[in-house]
Design a protein around this ligand. Structure first.
Ligand SMILES: [Zn+2]
Length: 257
C-alpha cells in the first residue's frame, strides 16, 4: 500500500506549518532570543480560522518538535496536547486575540529579549535610522502594558492597537511580529531584533546621529514590502527562510519529528 495515497493537500499543508513552526522555535533559541519557557510562536491551522498551534507549556524552545505542539481553539479549549502539558494562559491571551481577528496572519511570534524590551521602554519606540529599522517606517503598532496578559478583555485592545499592521511593540514588555508564513514572521523578528540592538548601540555611543529623511525611510520600507510580497503573494521561493532552516540540519535535525 502506498502510505502517501491517503495524504490530502490539507494534511500536507498542516505538516508543513508544523515543521516550519518547530523550526522557528529552534531558531529563536539558536539565536538567543528565547526567554526560558516564556513567550510563544503560534500558527493558525491551515483551513481553520479558529484553531492554532502553540508550544507545550514548560518546554524550552529547543525541545519543541513538529509533533509535540498543542492544538488549541480561540476560546482556549485544548484540542490536542500530545505531552499533556497544556498552554500558558498569558500566551493564549495574546496569540488567540490575533488569530481570531487577523485571518491574513498565519504566524504570530513574540519575544522578550534585552534589546527588544529595552526599546519597548523608550517613549519614541523604534527609530528609522538604518536599513534594518527603516523597513519598519510607519509599520509598527504600539500597545500599552497592562500587566501580565491574563485578562481576556485585553484581547480587544491588542487587536485595536495592532490594526492592519504586522509588527507590534508591546510597551515595557517586548516585540511581536506577524507573518503570512512562519518564515515572514521570523524574518521580521530577526530584523526587529537587530534594529533594536543597533538603536541601543547607537544611543550608548553618544555621537551625533545622521538621521535619514522620512521620504528615504518610507521609500526603503516600500522596497522591503515588495520583497516580502514577492514571496508571500507571488510565490517566489523564500531563500532566506530556507537558509535559516539549513542552520538546524546539523545540530537540530530532530525538530521535524
Ligand atoms: Zn510576553
Amino acid at each position: 500500500m502506498n502510505i502517501h495515497a491517503s495524504i490530502t493537500p490539507i494534511d500536507e499543508a498542516t505538516r508543513q506549518v508544523r515543521v516550519d513552526l518547530a523550526a522557528a522555535y529552534r531558531l529563536i533559541h539558536r539565536l538567543g532570543l528565547d526567554d526560558s519557557i516564556y513567550t510563544h510562536i503560534s500558527v493558525r491551522l491551515p483551513g481553520a480560522h479558529d484553531r492554532f498551534l502553540i508550544n507545550p507549556y514548560g518546554m524550552r524552545f529547543e525541545e519543541v518538535t513538529a509533533s509535540n505542539l498543542v492544538t488549541v481553539d480561540v476560546d482556549g479549549k485544548v484540542i490536542d496536547d500530545p505531552l499533556g502539558l497544556g498552554i500558558n494562559p498569558a500566551g493564549f491571551t495574546i496569540h488567540s486575540a490575533i488569530h481570531a481577528a487577523r485571518h491574513d496572519v498565519l504566524c504570530v511570534l513574540h519575544t522578550h529579549t534585552v534589546a527588544g524590551v529595552a526599546v519597548s521602554c523608550q517613549k519614541d519606540g523604534l527609530q528609522p535610522l538604518n536599513q534594518w529599522s527603516m523597513q519598519f517606517t510607519d509599520r509598527i503598532a504600539y500597545h500599552d502594558f497592562e500587566g501580565i496578559a491574563l485578562d481576556l478583555s485585553e484581547r480587544e485592545r491588542l487587536v485595536r492597537d495592532l490594526g492592519a499592521k504586522m509588527v507590534l511593540i508591546l510597551r515595557n514588555h517586548g516585540l511581536l511580529t506577524c507573518g503570512r508564513s512562519v518564515g515572514e514572521a521570523f524574518k521580521l523578528m530577526h530584523n526587529m531584533e537587530r534594529s533594536c540592538r543597533a538603536q541601543l548601540a547607537l544611543q550608548s555611543s553618544g555621537v551625533e546621529i545622521i538621521r535619514p529623511s522620512l521620504a528615504i525611510a518610507q521609500h526603503t520600507a516600500g522596497q522591503y514590502d515588495r520583497g516580502y510580497a514577492r514571496i508571500e503573494v507571488e510565490g517566489q521561493k523564500d531563500g532566506e527562510w530556507a537558509a535559516f532552516k539549513r542552520m538546524l540540519e546539523r545540530t537540530d535535525a530532530d525538530y521535524v519529528n
